[in-house]
Design a protein around this ligand. Structure first.
Ligand code: 5GP
Ligand code: MN
Length: 316
């Protein structure tokens, strides 16, 4: 399947991804937008997404993203990338109204929510999958940068186990465009502001291991975020830092989003299927990286997650 064949008759196209967009989400949404804008100059194409982190400013035309919108528009085609419909946030009603819904994703928890579904959980990233749906000769440097960012963010710079020979082949094709990939990796993936580094330090310092040191957990409250002048976007990377502790099978990181309401991120070394754990609480993701939103006290949430994790570790 090639994406152009699915959208070529459309006059109006909307593109979106999940709430709190990460690198893969922003990269694939923008990659598709730049591609279709070039291939279908006559079409009206809109991108709806929460305001992306400033680090993605290196992606061409990122300013075209509509983050505040109120529209009754009925699109010919809506492409939902890296997500299920229930995580489209404010774009969900627009998706519902669209005449043709296309869902492109790599989350194992997604059973497909479109009229056309391309969901391949073995893919490193939605960006990698999107590349396969494009005609390679039609990709330019700007599109390549967006897809490259998607791939490196979901693979931890080509290092997680989701990286396949095909991921590396595609990445090789992309860097042939000659853009400064090492600068992109440094500035979008590794570089942190001083305050981001401080709150990560605080979260690591206050982390606690449990279940015979096989699990680790930490939390950032709204008060802490206020103290360090940070927002949830600044907390990326904390859960991965916790997961890198020797001997840890499963890392849990939570931050407070409301009264008795927490956004939960989980990472696993592979023994625990954290997507299955997250799905028990209405979330989802991948075997080794998943998330959900939980209501209750911090300690109740840890207890509830622990029951699911312990069950998996016992059945191991
Ligand atoms: P993160 O912990 O980095 O926010 O997310 C890890 C993975 O789980 C990502 O692929 C993300 O899309 C997915 N994920 C995080 N939170 C949720 C959620 O609430 N629902 C679903 N379905 N997936 C989530
Ligand atoms: Mn992804």
């Amino acid at each position: 399947m090639k994406i152009i064949n699915e959208v070529k008759d459309a006059q109006t196209i909307a593109i979106s991804g999940h709430v709190r967009p990460d690198g893969d989400c922003v990269g694939s949404v923008m990659g598709l937008y730049l591609y279709l804008k070039k291939e279908m100059p006559e079409a009206e194409i809109d991108v709806y997404l929460d305001e992306p982190p400033a680090i993605f400013g290196c992606i061409s035309h990122i300013e075209d993203i509509k983050s505040k919108f109120n529209t009754n528009k009925e699109y010919d085609v809506f492409v939902a990338l890296d997500t299920t419909d229930d995580r489209l946030g404010e774009a969900e009603p627009i998706y519902r109204r669209a005449r043709k819904k296309i869902n492109i994703d790599h989350h194992i928890s997604n059973s497909g929510c479109g009229d056309v579904n391309v969901v391949e959980p073995e893919r490193s990233s939605t960006a990698e999958l999107l590349y396969e749906l494009m005609e390679p000769e039609k990709i330019d440097e700007e599109i390549a940068i967006a897809i490259y960012i998607g791939i490196i963010h979901d693979t931890g710079v080509l290092r997680y186990s989701n990286t396949s020979p095909r991921t590396l082949q595609i990445t090789a094709e992309l860097i042939k465009f000659g853009f400064d990939f090492s600068k992109i990796v440094e500035e979008t993936f590794f570089e942190k502001t001083y305050l981001q580094t401080q709150i990560m330090g605080r979260a690591v310092l206050e982390s606690v291991r449990f279940m015979g040191d096989r699990c680790i957990v930490s939390m950032v409250s709204r008060r802490m975020m206020e103290f360090y002048c940070v927002t949830p976007k600044d907390l990326d990377g904390i859960v991965n830092q916790l997961q890198s502790v020797k001997g840890v099978e499963c890392a849990i990181f939570m931050y407070e989003i409301g009264t008795l309401e927490y956004k939960v991120s989980m990472r696993s070394s592979g023994k625990v299927d954290v997507s299955a754990v997250a799905m028990k609480f209405g979330g989802g993701g991948h075997v080794r990286a998943a998330g959900c939103t939980m209501n209750g006290t911090y300690h109740d949430n840890i207890n509830n997650l622990s029951i699911e994790i312990a069950e998996q570790l016992e059945n191991e």
